[in-house]
Ligand binder design. Structure first.
Ligand code: NAP
Length: 282
C-alpha cells in the first residue's frame, strides 16, 4: 500500500500554476484575481479563507477577502457580487459557505457569473458538467479526480463507489468518473448494505462526514481509497476511512490530514486561472 501524498501533488500543481500565471502575465499584462466573500465569524471558515489567501498570493494570484458581519443583508452581498461580476480585475468569486440562515444560498450562487464561478456551483456549470461540456468543476472532487488519475491513468471500466451524494462532492465526483468510463455507484445514508457495495469497488471515494466509517473489511484488495471526510474527534482530526485498517488491503489510501484537503485549495487556484482565461477570451 502507498499513502497518497496530497501535499506533494498539490505543491507540484501550484508550481505549474505559478509558471502558467507568469506566462499569462506577460501575454495579458494582467494577473488572475480571486475575491472571497466571507460572512460571519465561523472559526473554520476563517482558517480556510486565510489558507486560500496565502496560497493564492504564493502562486501570483491577486487575492482579496470581502468580510461582512453575520447580520449583513442579503441585498448588500448581491450588490457586491454584481460589482465583482463587472470588475475585469476579478477573475473568480468564491462565497465561503456556510452562509447565515437569512441569506438565500441559491440566490447568492446564481448571482455569480458562471465564468467567474471558481467553485463550480452555479447551475450553468453543474448542467455543463453533467452534459459532458466544458465547465468549472467543484474544487474538492476535482482534487480527488487528479489524485486518482495520478495513480491510474486508464480508468476505463473501473467500478467506482462514491459514499455521499452532496452537490459539493458526491454528485460532481460521479460526473467526473463517468466521463472516464467508470461504472459509478453513488451511495448515501439510505443505501442498504454499504459494506457490500464498497467491497465491489476498484475505487472508493468517501465524502460523508462520519469518522472512520469505511473499515478494512469493506475494501477489495488493491482498491484505491480517497478520503474526503474531515471529522473533529477527541483524538484529533480523522477522515471517513479507518486508515490503519484500510491501508492493509488497499493499493493506495489518502490520509486525513494531508490528502484531499491540500488538493482542494490547489484546485481552487487552478480554477481561478481557468476563470481568468475564460474572461479574457470573451
Ligand atoms: P454533506 O452535504 O453532509 O453530505 C454527506 C453525504 O453523506 C450525504 O449524501 C449523506 O446521505 C451521506 N451519508 C451520511 N451518513 C451516511 C452513512 N452512514 N452512510 C452512507 N452515507 C451517509 O457533506 P459534504 O459537504 O459532502 O462533506 C462530506 C465530508 O467531506 C465532510 O466531512 C466535510 O467536512 C468534508 N469535506 C472535505 C473537504 C476537503 O477539502 N477535504 C471539502 C468539503 C467537504 P443523505 O444524502 O442520504 O443524507
Amino acid at each position: 500500500m502507498f499513502k497518497i501524498d496530497g501535499k506533494k501533488t498539490a505543491a507540484t500543481l501550484r508550481e505549474k500554476l505559478k509558471k502558467k500565471i507568469s506566462e499569462l502575465k506577460s501575454t495579458y499584462k494582467a494577473i488572475p484575481g480571486l475575491t472571497v466573500i466571507l460572512v460571519g465569524e465561523d472559526p473554520a471558515s476563517k482558517i480556510y479563507v486565510k489558507n486560500k489567501e496565502k496560497f493564492a498570493n504564493e502562486v501570483g494570484i491577486k487575492s482579496e477577502i470581502v468580510r461582512y458581519p453575520n447580520t449583513i443583508e442579503e441585498k448588500t452581498v448581491l450588490n457586491k457580487i454584481k460589482e465583482l461580476n463587472e470588475d475585469s480585475n476579478v477573475s473568480g468569486i468564491l462565497i465561503q459557505l456556510p452562509l447565515p440562515k437569512h441569506i438565500d444560498k441559491r440566490k447568492i450562487i446564481e448571482a455569480i457569473l458562471p465564468d467567474k464561478d471558481v467553485d463550480g456551483f452555479h447551475p450553468v456549470n453543474v448542467g455543463n458538467l453533467s452534459s459532458g461540456y466544458d465547465s468549472m468543476i467543484p474544487c474538492t472532487p476535482l482534487g480527488c479526480y487528479l489524485l486518482i488519475k495520478d495513480i491510474e491513468k486508464d480508468l476505463n471500466g473501473k467500478h467506482a463507489v462514491i459514499i455521499g451524494r452532496s452537490n459539493l462532492n458526491g454528485k460532481p465526483m460521479a460526473q467526473l468518473l463517468l466521463k472516464e468510463n467508470c461504472t459509478v455507484t453513488i451511495t448515501h445514508s439510505k443505501t442498504k448494505d454499504l459494506r457490500t457495495e464498497c467491497k465491489r469497488a476498484d475505487i472508493i471515494i468517501a465524502a460523508v462526514g462520519r469518522p472512520k466509517l469505511v473499515r478494512g473489511d469493506w475494501v477489495k484488495k488493491d482498491a484505491i481509497v480517497i478520503d474526503v471526510g474531515i471529522n473533529k474527534t477527541d483524538s484529533g482530526l480523522v477522515g471517513d476511512v479507518d486508515f490503519d485498517e484500510v491501508s492493509k488491503v488497499a493499493k493506495a489510501v489518502s490520509p486525513v490530514p494531508g490528502g484531499v484537503g491540500p488538493m482542494t485549495i490547489a484546485c481552487l487556484l487552478s480554477n481561478t486561472v481557468e476563470c481568468f482565461k475564460k474572461t479574457r477570451s470573451n
